[in-house]
Design a binder for this molecule. Structure first.
Ligand SMILES: NC(=O)c1ccc[n+]([C@@H]2O[C@H](COP(=O)([O-])OP(=O)(O)OC[C@H]3O[C@@H](n4cnc5c(N)ncnc54)[C@H](O)[C@@H]3O)[C@@H](O)[C@H]2O)c1
Length: 418
């Protein structure tokens, strides 16, 4: 049974790119090799709603090697790589429902189609799948034993569901594993966001004033990479601790209203709504670039921008120019959707290796432990997180020291002093 994809002629290109990414995913690869023998997911049906990228394809191959029956749809209308969707359907025989640029109707139809597989496990990036099950496909709830969630915004939504006692099955917050957000959100989003901006514009970054809105895991990475390319970075925050960290990391920190007239490039990474809003657009420089790398396309108030504009024009792929009544031009990248996945290829495989090793091992954990879990949001068990770090270091041929028995005893003893 094949899913819905754009163009079968792309399957060879997709296969090559999937294997290229696989080459940089040794941890996931070692799990796959082991699972081909042990088959821990035999007969388990998984519905996955993730960015349809080369790295996701390798996660799907791993789950399949473990014995799972899987169906995949996109977790964002603009992040699908059509060649990957085609290869997944036609070469790897994993039903995939995703077409880059699909409208909202197709997006939710595809979610519905993967749910027709009647999953035991849901795998989400942003919680649209879980939300859909709980609102539109409630009849599936009795057979679902658990789910996993990939990103910060999804974890925030699911935690809200759990606190309102709406969530009907346990979820493992893969995002919250240290081997996920410390690397994927920080180094992955850091590099790929700059990659997206560069591919969309081919602009020079050095010498620009680059405003990072939100200094969480993603914001830290984006700021660091922008500074590395020679930008003057300004950070805006609402959390005093994060703001202080940004100051000590060497960035200027100020309210967005003060940064609005200074910035040449703005990137939002807050997981919040309308952080760049109507009052900011009019303050901005002519030809300013606005991009978002947070999960949803709500961080920049695009509706307000459209209403303010006297003209809207596509300048090149991924760049829409809004001319304001003053004549100043605001240039929005990738329709305000995650710029790294829409205008570039998303995170490098080397970091997705760890994120998706956590995904795979969390599914295995759920299969054996779901009966002991209530309907809440759970961390990835620490042994899994540590094991992923150990395997990643081993794949990099890096050894570290171990504690001596004397050091173990010393650290466990409260009697030592000056
Ligand atoms: N583009 C990608 O590939 C990618 C990868 C990982 C995560 N994400 C998404 O990026 C977003 C951020 O993730 P994170 O892990 O960095 O979250 P985080 O919670 O670590 O950081 C978010 C930061 O934004 C700040 N913030 C909130 N509202 C703000 C406002 N109005 N002005 C300024 N700052 C504000 C918060 O105080 C916090 O420090 C989420 O939507 C997440 O799902 C995207």
């Amino acid at each position: 049974l094949l899913g819905e994809h754009k163009d079968s002629s792309l399957k060879e290109k997709g296969t090559k790119r999937i294997l290229w990414a696989d080459d940089a995913m040794p941890v996931l690869g070692s799990i796959r090799q082991q699972w081909e023998v042990t088959r821990p997911l035999e007969g388990v049906c998984i519905a996955a709603c993730l960015h349809v990228t080369t790295e996701t394809a390798n996660l799907m191959r791993t789950l399949k090697a473990g014995g799972a029956k899987i169906a995949l749809c996109a977790s964002n209308p603009l992040s699908t790589q059509d060649d990957v969707a085609s290869a997944l359907n036609e070469v790897f025989e994993i039903p995939t429902y995703a077409i880059r640029g699909e409208d909202n109707e197709a997006y939710y139809r595809h979610i519905n189609q993967v749910l027709d597989f009647e999953p035991m496990i849901t795998m989400d990036d942003g919680a649209d799948l879980v939300n859909f099950v709980h609102t539109q496909r409630k009849e599936l709830l009795p057979r679902i034993v658990g789910g996993t969630e990939e990103t910060t915004t999804g974890v925030v939504r699911l935690t809200a569901m759990a606190s309102k006692h709406v969530l009907q099955y346990p979820i493992i917050a893969v995002n919250d594993a240290l081997t996920k957000h410390m690397f994927d959100n920080r180094y992955g989003t850091g590099q790929s966001t700059l990659d997206g901006i560069l591919r969309a514009t081919n602009h020079l970054i050095c010498g620009t004033t680059f405003v990072v809105v939100g200094y969480g895991w993603c914001g830290r990475g984006v700021a660091r990479r922008a500074a590395g390319l020679g930008a003057n970075v300004i950070v805006t925050e609402v959390d005093p601790l994060k703001a202080l960290e940004a100051v000590m990391d060497g960035y200027r920190v100020m309210p967005l209203a003060d940064a609005a007239p200074l910035g040449d490039i703005f990137v939002t990474v807050t997981g919040n709504i309308n952080v760049i809003d109507a009052q900011h657009f009019g303050q901005m420089k002519d030809k300013v670039l606005l991009a978002n790398s947070g999960h949803f396309d709500v961080e920049i108030n695009i509706k307000a921008l459209r209403e303010l504009a006297v003209n809207v024009e596509e300048l090149r792929e991924h760049v829409l120019q809004y001319t304001l009544p003053s004549g100043r031009r605001v240039r929005l990248l990738a329709e305000g959707r995650l710029v790294n996945l829409s205008a570039a290829e998303g995170h490098p495989a080397q970091v997705m290796d760890m994120s998706f090793a956590n995904q795979a091992l969390s599914v295995e954990y759920l299969i054996t432990n779901s009966e002991r879990l209530d309907n809440g949001v759970y961390p990835v068990p620490e042994p899994i997180d540590h094991n992923v770090a150990k395997l990643k270091l081993a794949s990099l041929n890096i050894d570290i020291d171990t504690l001596t028995p004397q050091q173990v005893a010393y650290l466990a003893d409260w009697r030592h002093g000056t």
